[in-house]
Design a protein around this ligand. Structure first.
Ligand code: ATP
Length: 365
């Protein structure tokens, strides 16, 4: 049986706004789940319903198979780390960590042991006497995480816990949280709008948009087998390139380059798109410069190049359309020249223009 079960969960706010629609998910003990999606997609609302901070309008939330909709936050054995650290400013790091346990009436000796152990895991040992104002953003964030993990609850919920940190601190804290999860093996649900955080931290990612789950899967599955245009465009940086074209005799013309779609789609499916528009997708990193076998050759015009160090982003025009190509910095083309590149058939995705669902077969299992 799954540890946490969300069955057809809906949230309708008192003003009538339907923020979450039929959310279904089963979470196993020890999993690191990330809810990701653009602002307003319902991530925090769902997390708050799990925490018991927001009531569930419709649907069932089960913990170990037992309905928990009506249980209070404490009864649910859930700890939450918020975006704002919510530390007590007048208390030392030690007291901030100890506070929850003191309230529960835990023995002083046990508290000390747990505070010291938590501080060690989080690298806070030397800061235990300091007040929060004398800590960096990253250190404060660690205290906030520490306050949650010290409680030894079943589930940790984190709502954009890294958003107040600068880019460098975020990268460090990202791997620290992953490390803490590896050590504590605590079931964790983590909310972010940042697809890189989702990809690097999650066992499984839940992609949301407009209150609906778009896809649930491992980072690998979402990257290689996105089910629709939204997920394909949301996961991956820079995002997947999309070009809309009309199918004629099983082929499309992309900026004058004729692509025979039989190489990537069964004849049966292809026939159903005859005369219709279809969206051709390929990732910036899914191309090779020059010619290659088993690939579509494309002529393009280089508008701009951006050397990023480990790669170069090349902005090209393909006829009227634009695309970004990710190339080795040593192969950076000049600007204002024509180039030819190839998209291996394996790296081509086709999407239905109307339903926005992928129509090519999954790439990799
Ligand atoms: P963000 O990343 O911006 O926090 P989110 O995905 O976490 O976004 P939610 O905070 O869950 O989004 O909000 C989902 C939707 O519900 C938004 O459109 C928001 O405006 C709306 N909403 C949130 N709280 C309320 C409320 N109390 N009453 C009415 N609508 C609300």
């Amino acid at each position: 049986m799954a540890y946490l079960t969300l069955k057809n969960i809906n949230k309708i706010y008192p003003n009538g706004f339907h923020a979450v629609h039929d959310f279904n998910l089963e979470i196993e003990r020890g999993e690191f789940i990330v809810f990701v999606g653009p602002s307003g997609c319902g991530k925090s609302t769902t997390l708050r319903m799990i925490a018991g901070l927001e009531n569930i309008s419709k649907g069932d939330f089960l913990i170990d198979g037992v309905r928990a909709n009506d249980k209070g936050p404490r009864e649910r054995q859930i700890a939450m780390v918020f975006q704002s650290y919510a530390l007590y400013p007048h208390m030392s790091v030690y007291d901030n960590l100890a506070f929850g346990l003191t309230l529960q009436g835990v023995d002083e000796d046990v508290i000390e042991e747990r505070v010291l152990k938590t501080a060690k895991i989080l690298g806070l040992t030397e800061y235990l006497d300091r007040k929060p104002r004398a800590l960096s953003g990253g250190q404060r964030q660690r205290v906030a995480v520490g306050r949650a993990i010290i409680r030894k609850v079943g589930v940790f919920l984190m709502d954009e816990p890294l958003s107040n940190l600068d880019a460098k601190q975020r990268v460090t804290m990202r791997s620290e949280i992953t490390q803490i999860h590896r050590e504590t093996k605590a079931t964790t649900i983590y909310v972010t709008h940042d697809q890189t955080e989702a990809m690097t931290m999650a066992d499984r990612i839940v992609v949301m948009k407009d209150g609906y789950i778009q896809q649930v899967g491992t980072p690998y599955e979402l990257y290689f087998n996105p089910v629709n245009l939204f997920v394909a465009g949301f996961i991956g940086e820079p995002p997947m390139n999309f070009i809309t074209a009309t199918v004629s005799e099983g082929k499309v013309s992309v900026g004058g380059n004729v692509l025979d779609l039989q190489h990537v789609l069964s004849k049966e499916k292809l026939d159903s798109y005859e005369g219709k528009e279809i969206v051709v997708g390929f990732r910036p990193e899914g191309i090779v410069l020059g010619e290659q076998s088993d690939a579509y050759g494309i002529d393009a015009f280089v508008e701009l190049t951006e050397l990023l160090g480990d790669n170069t982003n090349v902005y090209v025009n393909i006829g009227e359309d634009r695309a970004i190509l990710k190339v080795d910095p040593h192969d950076t083309p000049k600007t204002d020249v024509n180039i030819r590149f190839s998209i291996p058939y394996d790296n081509v995705y086709l999407f239905d223009k109307d339903t926005e669902q992928v129509v090519t077969e999954p790439k990799r299992k």
